[in-house]
Structure formats: structure tokens, C-alpha cells
Ligand binder design. Structure first.
Ligand code: GLY
Length: 318
């Protein structure tokens, strides 16, 4: 069985005009983050360990809206969500509205491993973090200069609409390991200027994150309200598990998101090593890594994708 890992760093109004000369930075960042997952899979580690490693790296990179680089809510405070799921056992862990956890994905993993519960929120989640040796960090750690400018612009602007295409950047990873086990992890700062206490799709198992060895591992990015309403991740898993190809399962579900007025994208992988990256937005920051076709020991390939058009042109995305 060959391993494979796919990551995303958000979907939205990603066009060559908007990205401009930052394109190289995004591609380099995506490569560096996926390599953290590759390192785990190459050593024979599990899909769960791999997706958590890749998402931790994405959280640490300020280009993406998760961990450091998260967008502030209406009060200028960062509130983050994360979820992880193991396709072997259907065990899941998630946290929501955390304000002082450097890597929410690590706390979500701890919930999966150590808690009787699946989803912990707010102060209770941070209490659980302290009980398990996590350090709490100041909320200002998460807010970069660029994010603060975006917040101030929104504050001053007449347009206070939160659910709009420009404010995206959730991160996620799905992987299959050498034993054919799949896993998914997703992490986000949510939406710029969101209502305090707003929870998106990311930590909701079945909406933004799902993994089942008999179906698929799925991570979403986009306007969470629409992914919650379509139970996107579970729906893709169920369609695939009951005979629809992974590509069609993703396409059909994303069309529902679009029909409701939503925007965003999905990454998915199954235990056979098939994967899909797709979006109903102009682009999705994403990357795929797998062992090289050249069959040279320890060689692997990494492809990065930014624009929807690039994905459609690629022959390797399914
Ligand atoms: N998809 C991330 C969010 O809406 O919070």
C-alpha cells in the first residue's frame, strides 16, 4: 500500500491578480508544511500522526488563517476551532472557541486520545489543555500585522458582512498510510469579524472534518455555515462508501454548497490512495505528496495548486 497526503491552506478569491508576487511564498509554504506530514508517512507513521504534523506546520505559518495568522472576531480577539478524526476507529477529537492554544490541532488530538468527549469548547477546552500540560499563550501571539490591518479595515468599512468570499484561509490535511488507514485534520481562525462565539464547520465532525477507512477522509475549507448545512464531510464519505466515485461524491456535495450560495473547497482521500481536490471558488491553496512513480527508494513527489483552473488542467488530482 502506498501512502499519500493532501493538504489545503484555504479556498476563496484566489486569483493570479490577487496573489501577485506572493505566489512563490504560498507554494513554498505549502511544500514546507506537507513535508512535515511526508516525514511521518515515510518512516511508516500513521495517517493520523501525519495529518496532525502537517496541520501543526500550517498553524505555525502566519500566511494561513489558523494558529498564528488567524483572523480576529468582531471584538478583535482570535477564537480558533480544530478537529481531527481517525478512519481506523472513527475516534474523533475537536476544540472550539479556544483563544490561548498555540496549536489547536494538538489539543483536538489530545481530546481524541484522552477525553471521553468529542468536542470541548472555550474555557473548558483550555482547562482541559492545562490539565494535559499545554501552555496558554497571549491572544496577541495569533494576530499578525496583516491580520490586524484587515480587521481595522473591516471595522472602518461600511461593509460589515462577515460571510463573504475574501476572508477565507482554513487549513487541513487528509492522508492514507502504508496500512491503508485514513485520517483527517482541520484547523481555523474562522471568519474575519465573525460574531463572538460563532462556531464554524471545522470542529464539527461530519461538517468540516471526517474520516472513515470504509469511505473517505475529508477536510473542508470555505464558508462554514454552508458546510454545516450540507454536512459536507460526512455526505462525501457516505456517498463514496455506498458506491459513488470519490470525485463524483465531492463534486455533487460541493454543488449543493454552491446552490445554497456557499463557496470553498474540499480535499479527500480514500484507503485505496485515490484523492480529490476540488472547489467552488476561484482557487484553493493545496498540495499533494506521494511516493515517486520512478520507484526510487525514499523519493517522493510534491505538487502544489492554487487556482481552480490549475486543478482542472492537472491529470493527477483524482
Ligand atoms: N471553514 C471555516 C469556517 O467557516 O470557520
Amino acid at each position: 500500500m502506498k501512502w499519500k497526503i493532501v493538504i489545503h491552506g484555504g479556498a476563496g478569491n484566489i486569483t493570479p491578480e490577487r496573489i501577485g508576487d506572493r505566489e512563490g511564498d504560498y507554494r513554498e509554504a505549502l511544500k514546507a508544511c506537507i513535508l512535515e506530514g511526508v516525514a511521518v508517512l515515510k518512516k511508516g507513521g500513521s495517517a493520523l500522526e501525519a495529518v496532525v504534523s502537517a496541520v501543526k506546520a500550517l498553524e505555525d505559518n502566519p500566511l494561513f488563517n489558523a494558529g498564528r495568522g488567524s483572523v480576529p472576531n468582531e471584538h478583535g480577539i482570535v477564537e480558533m476551532d480544530a478537529g481531527v478524526m481517525d478512519g481506523r476507529t472513527l475516534e474523533a477529537g475537536a476544540v472550539t472557541m479556544v483563544k490561548h492554544i498555540r496549536n489547536p490541532v494538538l489539543l483536538a488530538l489530545k481530546v481524541l486520545q484522552e477525553s471521553e468527549h468529542v468536542l470541548l469548547g472555550g474555557e473548558g477546552a483550555e482547562e482541559f489543555a492545562l490539565q494535559h500540560g499545554f501552555e496558554l499563550v497571549d491572544n496577541r501571539y495569533f494576530i499578525t500585522e496583516e491580520r490586524w490591518k484587515q480587521y481595522v479595515n473591516k471595522f472602518l468599512s461600511k461593509n460589515k458582512k462577515v460571510v463573504e468570499i475574501n476572508s477565507l484561509g482554513t487549513v487541513g490535511a487528509v492522508a492514507v498510510d502504508k496500512d491503508g488507514n485514513v485520517a483527517a485534520a482541520t484547523s481555523t481562525g474562522g471568519l474575519l469579524f465573525k460574531h463572538s462565539g460563532r462556531i464554524g464547520d471545522t470542529p464539527l465532525i461530519g461538517a468540516g472534518t471526517y474520516a472513515d477507512n470504509e469511505g473517505a477522509a475529508v477536510s473542508t475549507t470555505g464558508l462554514g455555515e454552508f458546510f454545516i448545512r450540507t454536512a459536507t464531510a460526512f455526505q462525501i464519505n457516505l456517498l463514496h462508501k455506498t458506491g459513488t466515485s470519490l470525485q463524483k461524491a465531492v463534486q455533487q456535495t460541493l454543488q449543493q454548497v454552491k446552490k445554497l450560495g456557499g463557496t470553498g473547497g474540499v480535499i479527500a482521500v480514500n484507503s485505496k490512495g485515490e484523492h480529490v481536490i476540488d472547489c467552488v471558488s476561484p482557487g484553493i491553496f493545496s498540495a499533494v505528496a506521494e511516493p515517486s512513480l520512478k520507484k526510487i527508494d525514499n523519493e517522493f513527489s510534491v505538487e502544489t495548486y492554487l487556482y481552480a483552473l490549475e486543478l482542472r488542467c492537472s491529470t493527477s488530482h483524482t
